[in-house]
Design a protein around this ligand. Structure first.
Ligand code: T3D
Length: 264
């Protein structure tokens, strides 16, 4: 049978595709394990300079598979410990995505619900097809937004919209998601994958270390005052200034030629 995570590579862009379309790419233990392994693999492979994440079929990802015995309540058994599920599966996945040593582009091809929505929002640049949507489905089943939702949502769209999305759990169309700043861009369905690939290739040709340091600095600055953010910027700029890609970037600029970045 086909793997639950498809892997392909074009140039320096590694594409990983959720491949459980009959269950709207909802997560079971096997899909978790495969995705984690493929992200580790991409992180360790120096031929990879950008990861592109998408879904097969009509959905991006419907979150946790609610029929999985790991989480599905069963009157004949003791209650399931969802804390363990979050700590073992979703937390590590979110941390892995947010600390990838290369930029992460997400192409949301269809509905992204529950953990599927928040994993999509972990991307550095999130594109969504016009027919795609985002649903903070957790509240409807008596849970809170996990997979970083409580951290990500207020930072992306502010408290008022974050709570509106999380408490109501309504379907947010891609166009609206772009309008309120939840994602980078909404694009026509037919153009999603070409545009995502082009964006990923563009990022893959850029100074990877600087891109990743930018993500890191912005995430860290969220809990710093300006003075400490400036100190953190100086530390990162010091490191980047010693790296090859800075020399190359400035040399290429001076020579009016295209730069060739190699640091990772
Ligand atoms: O509790 C814990 O597990 C802790 C961890 C939590 C993390 C989470 O992600 S919690 C949130 C879990 N996800 C959801 O609550 C979303 C559930 N799904 C939906 O609300 C809807 O399916 C969608 C809005 C995503 C799509 O709706 P629609 O009408 O386009 O499709 P559908 O008919 O509802 O679904 C198609 C099939 O996929 C259907 O199966 P069937 O009837 O054809 O055999 C449906 O049951 C299945 N499916 C969709 N989502 C899930 C799922 N099966 C298992 N788990 C799912 N999450």
């Amino acid at each position: 049978p086909e793997s639950l995570i498809l892997k392909s590579q074009t140039g320096a862009v590694r594409t990983l595709t959720f491949n459980r379309p009959a269950a709207l790419n909802s997560f079971n233990g096997e899909m978790h394990a495969l995705l984690r392994a493929e992200l580790e693999n991409a992180a360790a492979d120096t031929s990879v300079r950008c990861v592109l994440l998408t879904g097969a079929g009509r959905a991006f990802c419907a979150g946790q598979d609610l029929s999985d015995p790991l989480v599905s309540p069963d009157a004949a058994q003791p209650p399931k410990d969802l804390g363990v599920v979050i700590e073992r599966y979703y937390g590590p996945l979110v941390r892995r995505l947010r600390s990838m040593p290369v930029p992460v582009v997400v192409a949301v091809n269809g509905v992204a619900a529950g953990a599927g929505a928040n994993l999509a929002l972990c991307g550095d640049l999130v594109l969504a097809a016009r027919s795609a949507s985002f649903i903070q489905a957790f509240g409807k089943i008596g849970l809170i937004p996990d997979s970083g939702g409580t951290w990500l949502l207020p930072r992306l769209v502010g408290r008022a919209r974050a709570l509106g999305l999380a408490l109501l759990g309504d379907k947010l169309p891609a166009e609206e998601a772009e309008r309120i700043g939840l994602i980078w861009r909404c694009v026509e369905d037919a153009e999603l994958m070409a545009q995502a690939q082009a964006l990923a290739e563009r990022l893959a040709g850029m100074p990877t270390k600087a891109l990743v340091a930018t993500r890191l600095a912005m995430d860290e600055a969220q809990h710093l005052d300006l003075t400490h953010a400036l100190t953190a910027e100086a530390k990162l700029q010091r490191e980047l200034g010693l790296a090859h890609d800075y020399q190359e970037g400035v040399a290429a600029f001076g020579a009016k030629r295209a730069p060739v970045f190699t640091d990772r």
